[in-house]
Design a protein around this ligand. Structure first.
Ligand SMILES: [Zn+2]
Length: 432
């Protein structure tokens, strides 16, 4: 089927074309969940996404991560691991005729966090499981393989109707969203980060994300005075020191929550400190000599990250003051991500309001996030007004993560309408 030029499909026609893609959208999502794309293992997901972009009639290309280029960018987060051989995948869809509309980026991340304790899951984390009522379970089902499947579905629906965007539409499947944002940053460095708008198809449950806190990762190694448990009077366990350090960092967390900017006022406690991992000790009869804490703390947009680091280090020094051991060591590996708040993007927000309501969905409430996302990368490094919008799910980063499948196709429908309204549509040349 081919659309005559100037003959733009209406809401019902577009939504019907998306509905016809529902099965394929859900199949793609299951295929993606079945590949455990944790840090360092993203490639199998990019193989699936490359094929998915091809199936939508696009010609995807690789954006290889380049350690030197990343480290030279002021927008990069530090990383200690090798990025050799790793890639984001991009596909651009240019209008068949002269551009008539506004450009758009649809972005999703293929990487997922680790599954956590296997016995806390009801079924295997990387085996997609439908429960028969509409929920799909699996790590990444919600965050955010749902978004990748939805954006491919929207593009396939347009192609099914014989229309293409009236201005460049860029699709990105990036990596390292969950640890650095460097997969999205590499797209920006390669010249694919600038557009009139970007939608990060994150699982926002139908809300639109317009502001997000910054996130910094830091590691703290503290020392005690190790020894025999018989020498407890002269020894000092590093595990006890670590508890004092955590208490001091909680004080910093408290301070950072003291002055909440208006964009985050709806959140009771936007700034959180999370001690995500503790490594220490060997056996019960040794007083532990060292303890490593892997931490994450949030901060508001505009925070001075150098100053924040000084405050982290001061809190750690205070907490470890009575250890009697070596001074603590603070190091930084992973997110050094500033906060981001959308400003003056009224046209983008009203176009999204219109697309969602015409798709039969509620007008999306604006929401600030107490977490980070690649919206900050496209927004701050790419200069592209960026919002989050996507499917409904539960238990992200937790056991039994799940997504409500109907919301994935609904997201694809809203995206298809948004593309029509934002980019415009043009008839594609008749295919043979
Ligand atoms: Zn995500």
């Amino acid at each position: 089927m081919t659309q005559a030029p100037g003959d733009v499909p209406g809401d019902a026609e577009l939504l019907a074309a998306v509905a016809a893609e529902r099965e394929r959208i859900e199949e793609l999502l299951c295929e993606l969940v079945a590949v455990p794309t944790t840090l360092g293992n993203e490639e199998a997901g990019q193989v699936v996404m490359t094929e998915a972009f091809r199936s939508a009639g696009l010609e995807p290309f690789d954006v290889a991560l380049d350690a030197d280029a990343l480290r030279a960018s002021p927008h990069a987060s530090p990383f200690s691991w090798s990025v050799e051989g790793k890639r984001s995948v991009v596909a651009t869809w240019d209008p068949p005729g002269p551009a008539t509309g506004r450009t758009l980026i649809l972005n999703g991340h293929v990487d997922v966090v680790t599954a956590g304790p296997a016995d806390l899951w009801s079924s295997a984390a990387f085996t997609p499981r439908r429960d028969g009522t509409g929920w799909l379970y699996g790590r990444g089902a919600c965050d955010m393989k749902s978004g990748l499947a939805a954006m491919v579905g929207a593009v396939r629906a347009l192609r099914r109707l014989g229309v293409g965007p009236g201005a460049r539409l860029t699709l990105q499947s990036v990596i390292e969203e969950e640890c650095t944002g460097n997969g999205a940053l590499q797209c920006v460095l390669a010249g694919h980060g600038a557009a009139d708008a970007a939608i990060l198809v994150e699982p926002m449950a139908g809300d639109v994300g317009v502001a997000q806190v910054g996130v910094s990762w830091f590691d703290v190694r503290v020392f005690g005075v190790p020894g025999h448990t018989a020498d407890a009077a002269i020894s000092h366990s590093a595990i006890d020191v670590a508890q004092d350090v955590i208490a001091a960092l909680r004080g910093l967390e408290e301070e950072l929550n003291a002055d909440i900017p208006p964009a985050f006022a709806a959140l009771a406690r936007p700034i959180t400190l999370n001690v995500g991992a503790i490594h220490s000790g060997e056996v019960a009869s040794i007083i532990a000599g060292d303890c490593l804490l892997r931490c994450r703390i949030a901060h508001f947009p505009g925070a001075d990250l150098a100053d924040l680091r000084r405050r982290i280090e001061a809190a750690v020094a205070t907490g470890a003051a009575g250890s009697g051991g070596r001074p603590p060591v603070v190091s930084y590996d992973g997110f050094a991500a500033p906060g981001y708040a959308l400003e003056g993007a009224g046209e983008l927000l009203s176009a999204l309001d219109l697309a969602t309501t015409r798709a039969g969905l509620p007008c999306p409430p604006r929401r600030a996030l107490p977490a980070t996302s690649d919206a900050r990368v496209l927004g701050l490094a790419g200069g592209t007004p960026s919002v989050l919008y996507g499917a409904r799910g539960e238990r992200m980063h937790a056991p039994d993560e799940r997504v409500w499948l109907p919301s994935v196709t609904e997201t694809a429908g809203a995206l298809a309408l948004f593309i029509r309204d934002w980019c415009g549509l043009q008839g594609l040349p008749a295919s043979r």
